[in-house]
Design a protein around this ligand. Structure first.
Ligand code: GTP
Ligand code: MG
Length: 196
């Protein structure tokens, strides 16, 4: 079953633009280019609902989607190696941190990790922030269709090690591919299982 009736609600560039926290919310966080926007399209079955691109730094606002009327699904700007001027990146990072630590209806953050690389120090930085803010988070490994199985196993192992260091982490990792659809139903079920 799809995340039915997914619609774009708004793009937000400052904390005072956030919609009222009146329903359960989940967000997609992760390094630039990890596949956040593409995964939202796979989850909703809408090919171009969230704008994706090969250029890191594509998503530059906090984008809100309404799904099934009961949830907000949030696409975040990436962190890490976005191709944008330093001053602009710093502005996104501040907004990203303010959002992740200050959103009362945020039920779970999904931290996306590239299946070819595994969790990096910058991912652990975000995980540490989520620990402090007591926001439960779950790792989603992306691009399972890409790269060698051997590299993916190593990436999963590195990710598991990272999760062990973070009290707000769920132990279970969801392995996904937006290309083949692998793991997408499991992620959808995790989202819809989170009620208000
Ligand atoms: P920012 O908005 O810049 O932070 O990036 P993002 O995390 O939203 O990444 P985006 O969804 O734009 O995807 C980046 C690139 O990876 C695009 O070229 C996608 O087509 C590709 N991509 C994303 N997910 C997958 C996947 O599961 N498999 C494959 N093969 N490519 C993927
Ligand atoms: Mg994006």
């Amino acid at each position: 079953v799809l995340l039915s009736k997914a619609e774009f609600l708004k793009g937000v560039v400052a904390m005072d633009g956030l919609p009222p926290p009146d329903r359960a919310e989940v967000c997609m966080a992760g390094r630039s280019n990890v596949g956040k926007s593409t995964l939202i399209n796979a989850l909703t079955g809408r090919r171009a609902l969230a704008r994706a691109s090969n250029t890191p730094g594509r998503t530059q606002e906090i984008n809100f989607f309404t799904v099934a009327a009961s949830h907000y699904l949030v696409d975040l700007p990436g962190y890490g190696f976005a191709e944008a001027p330093v001053a602009v990146k710093e502005k996104w990072q501040r907004l990203l941190k303010a959002y992740l630590t200050g959103r009362p209806n945020l039920k779970r953050a999904f931290v996306l990790i590239d299946g070819r690389h595994g969790a990096k120090p910058v991912d652990e930085g975000i995980m540490g922030l989520l620990d402090k803010a007591a926001v439960p988070f779950q790792a989603v490994v992306t691009k399972a269709d890409k790269g060698k199985a051997r590299d993916r196993d190593a990436a999963l192992e590195r990710t598991r090690d990272a999760l062990n260091r973070h009290p707000a982490a769920f132990p279970e990792i969801i392995l996904t591919s937006s290309e083949t659809g692998e793991g997408v139903p499991a992620l959808r079920a995790a989202i819809m299982g989170l009620a208000d």
